[in-house]
Design a protein around this ligand. Structure first.
Ligand code: NAD
Length: 367
């Protein structure tokens, strides 16, 4: 007989439009949200795409603001807000990766302008109410429903320009959301379904995307997987893996998606002994492997991703500081984290060694 379930689940109020050519439906999404004139936000590298989106929107576009930067400096959110005011915009369209969408979220949160998101990477920020703002070199983050896009338009045609290298690491970043949602304290049956399907879709599509970036079918499957993984991120609290990547990125300025790519197999290997149900789900999604952490490490090799934190510019001497900062913070994790275990994990990730299941330390304090 099936087991009874106990869980909480909060569905997030947003629309999702997915499929090749979906960009053509952006105007309809803006009408649906009762916005009249929107400011298009994008990074300087994607200004051309921003202009294309504005052209498509015609009178509904107030202008293009191509100044999104990583980690959303407060000044850049203020500049976008001022530009929106000057142009009489009543909303924003954020086009691009997590940086452009992060700018849109900051503007939505601080200044009340709603956003429609058009993601062009697999980072998944568009599916969460998590915002970040950097002021005086310190990044503050939080969750707020006001930061959530009202609608998200996923068009795989917009991802064909994403290089093989960025596609691979961005896809691994998405996988990390699903992996950690499977063992989150606030996971639920619907999240587990989305996570398993998201991992299955992305793990199958990424090698095809990397071998032919113009394969629209594979791009569509990867984007579908990234949406599911992003939804998992939006619905649960992340553990050791995300905390470690946040500390590594914030302290050493390591690149976001490549850092997730290197750390994920190691963090999962560490947690695997404590999460048999997550291992079973990941095994199914990754083709029946007995060791999902190893399978993700091998997937990275197939995709040609960076293998080590050393390669990303982390000095070996920084391991001690990263361990201290990670332990000082609280976050939910299924397995106790100790300085000894974390040092061991980071040494392997730093050197690019395969992930290893670490034995429990003698004195583990619960987190
Ligand atoms: P990114 O947005 O910084 O994009 C990386 C680069 O790729 C940029 O130069 C961008 O212009 C370019 N690019 C994006 N799409 C492209 C395309 N289709 N073709 C060609 N070039 C393209 O990187 P990211 O990994 O998407 O996002 C990382 C940021 O997002 C980090 O700051 C991270 O903290 C944040 N993030 C937030 C959440 C959340 O829930 N708040 C979730 C995931 C990531």
């Amino acid at each position: 007989m099936a087991q009874a379930h106990m869980f909480n689940y909060q569905a997030l109020p947003m629309r999702v439009v997915m499929g090749p050519g979906s960009l053509a439906r952006l105007g309809g999404e803006i009408d649906q949200a009762a916005m009249e004139r929107v400011l298009v936000l994008c990074s300087p590298e994607q200004q051309e795409l921003g202009e294309r989106v504005a052209d498509l929107l015609g009178e509904r576009a107030a202008g293009v603001h191509p100044h999104a930067r990583t980690h959303v400096p407060l000044e850049s959110a203020e500049a976008a807000r001022d530009q929106a005011k000057r142009l009489g915009a009543d909303g924003c369209v954020a086009v691009g990766g997590g940086s452009a969408i992060g700018l849109g979220k900051a503007v939505a949160l601080e200044y009340g302008l709603r956003i429609v998101a058009v993601p062009t990477t697999y980072a998944g920020s568009e599916m969460t109410s998590v915002w970040g703002l950097t002021e005086n070199g310190r990044k503050r983050t939080g969750r707020d429903p006001r930061a959530l896009p009202v609608s998200v338009v996923y068009d795989p045609e917009l991802t064909v320009g994403l290089s093989a290298a960025v596609s691979a690491t961005s896809g691994m970043n998405a996988l990390a959301h699903a992996v950690e949602s499977l063992y989150a304290p606030d996971t639920s049956p619907i999240v587990r379904l989305m996570a398993e399907e998201g991992v299955r879709a992305l793990a199958a599509a990424l090698p095809e995307v990397v071998s032919d970036g113009f394969d629209l079918r594979a791009r569509g499957v990867a984007q579908y997987g990234a949406w599911l993984c992003g939804a998992c991120l939006g619905a649960t609290s992340m553990g050791l893996h995300h905390k470690l990547c946040h500390v590594l990125g914030g302290t050493l300025d390591l690149p976001h998606a490549p850092t997730h790519t290197v750390v994920l197999p190691h963090a999962l290997a560490y947690n695997q002994p404590a999460v048999p149900e997550a291992v079973t789900a990941l095994s199914r999604a990754l083709g029946g492997t007995a060791d999902p952490a190893r399978a993700l490490w091998e997937l990275g090799r197939t995709l040609g991703t960076p293998r080590s934190l050393a390669e990303l510019g982390m000095p070996e001497e920084a391991i001690h500081e990263i361990v201290g900062l990670t332990l000082a913070d609280t976050y939910p994790n299924p397995r106790t984290v100790t300085a000894e275990n974390l040092t061991h994990l980071l040494r392997r990730a730093w050197a690019g060694e395969p992930p290893a299941v670490l034995p429990a330390a003698e004195k583990e304090s619960p987190r």
